[in-house]
Design a protein around this ligand. Structure first.
Ligand code: S3P
Length: 448
């Protein structure tokens, strides 16, 4: 599947983008392990979150929906999961496999976790190391890649783990395994990362401490109590339209009910530092997560040096931030972002290649990129860019068309539905001139 985009356009209107992916995953996981019935609204009906739903169904949890973002989960308690009949396929979803490996390390049955070609190329050593320190029986394919085989019946022991990289998935994996460990499990992170796991555990009545030195800890052996969860719109999906409205002259766009958890708002801080006109309206708290409506008007952006501490807070937004940097006046420099190389694709390489195709001068660094923006009067030239089956690369280059001088074709855009089902229709409604072209499927020869 590919996107074809006509150049130019202005963004006008109001929209609510789909639900937060991180919170949607966690709502299914904790809802399944809780005592009682958890009702979720605003759930992301994207392929990644649906992979988590399918995984828990395969382990015997009764889950109704999703229908219009509503899901009802009949929790089985921390010890109520059943052995799945087959290996569990988590598709493209890194969050599913890494968080599940922590939960499954504590079960009394064995299972295997696998995924698509992209997921099977991603590093799992980062979760295997702490889980093995806790006493888990976990094996991978060569080079620490999926499939993962987790043996059942391990007696987990609590550990303290200093995360070597800023990763919410690794932090969450250790904390979730800690629910099954004897004693207090704790972690420190080199820089704050998204804290949805900690917040949601508390929402389910489970105590999670964070001390003044940033040590996050919990005691094993408690219970989770079912609750109601209202999932806000995903700031990572809203980010595409924040950049779109910023770079398309004459735009004014209101994005409703967006999660603005401070561990996720790096994209707002960075765009504002670049000169973007972004206002947060009607700030409120919904189910333990801060939410706001976000008003964006177009503005001339300028290049910046991206501060290190903002990197984990904007980790998924760099593809579209690079598009903003290309439209900015002057140079944008990103260093210390090697994590971008192990996402759904190598996002530094994939973005650099596409930016070069579209005429943007850039230099690739081992751990980042330098982008020389074309500024006010400039534009992307048209062309064909490969998104390498990475949803966020595909949507970033779709946004670039707003400031292009000719058509942009985005190849391999099939995975957009992992995080943002309906992206093309919503984008079209707001002013992008986008068309989806399905791969040609040859009709089978009909027998007479
Ligand atoms: C996520 C954490 C981040 C992020 C991913 C979702 C999560 O990954 O990139 O899209 O839900 O915990 P890392 O922990 O690998 O940085």
């Amino acid at each position: 599947m590919e996107f074809k985009l006509l150049p130019g356009g202005t963004l006008q209107g109001e929209a609510r983008v789909p639900g937060d992916k991180s919170i949607s995953h966690r709502s299914i996981m904790l809802g399944s392990l809780a005592e009682g019935v958890t009702r979720v609204s605003g759930f992301l009906e994207g392929e990644d979150a649906l992979a988590t739903v399918a995984a828990f169904r395969a382990m015997g949890v009764q889950i109704e929906g999703p229908a219009n973002g509503r899901v009802t989960i009949h929790g089985v308690g921390l010890h109520g999961l059943q052995a799945p009949a087959n290996s569990i396929d988590l598709g493209n979803s890194g969050t599913s496999i890494r968080l599940l490996s922590g939960l499954l390390a504590g079960q009394d049955f064995a299972c295997e976790l696998t995924g698509d070609a992209s997921l099977c190329g991603r590093p799992m050593g980062r979760v295997m190391t702490p889980l093995q320190l806790m006493g888990a029986d976990i094996e991978s394919a060569e080079g620490g890649r999926p499939p993962l085989r987790i043996g059942g019946g391990a007696e987990l022991k609590a550990i303290h783990y200093d995360l070597p990289m800023a990763s919410a998935q690794v932090k969450s994996c250790v904390l979730l395994a800690g629910l099954y460990a004897d004693g207090q499990t704790s972690v420190t992170e080199p820089a704050p990362t998204r804290d949805h796991t900690e917040r949601m555990l508390r929402g389910f009545g489970y105590s999670v401490e964070r001390d003044s030195e940033g040590i996050i800890s919990l005691q094993g052996g408690g219970t989770l109590q079912a609750t109601a969860i209202d999932v806000p719109a995903d700031i990572s999906s809203a980010a595409f339209f924040m950049v779109a409205a910023s770079i398309a002259p004459g735009s004014e766009l209101l994005l409703d009910h967006v999660g603005i958890n401070p561990t996720r708002t790096g994209v707002i801080s960075l765009l504002r530092a670049m000169g973007a006109d972004i206002e947060l309206l009607n700030e409120r708290e919904v189910g333990g997560e801060p939410v706001a409506d976000i008003l964006v008007r177009s503005a001339q952006l300028r290049g910046i040096d991206i501060p290190q501490e903002q990197i984990p807070l904007a980790i998924d937004e760099f593809p579209v931030l690079f598009v903003a940097a290309a439209c900015a006046e002057g140079r944008t420099t990103l260093r210390g972002a090697e994590e971008l190389r192990v996402k759904e694709s190598d996002r530094i390489a994939a973005m650099a290649e596409g930016l070069t195709t579209l005429g943007v001068s850039n230099e690739v660094l081992e751990d980042g990129i330098i982008i020389d923006g074309f500024g006010g009067a400039g534009s992307f030239c048209g062309g064909e860019v490969n998104s390498y089956h990475d949803h966020r690369i595909a949507m970033a280059f779709a946004v670039a068309a707003l400031r292009a001088s000719a058509e942009i074709h985005v190849l391999e855009a099939d995975n957009v539905a992992t995080s943002f089902p309906g992206f093309d229709a919503l984008a079209r409604g707001l002013g992008l001139q986008i068309r989806v072209v399905e791969d040609l499927v040859e009709e089978p020869f009909e027998r007479q």
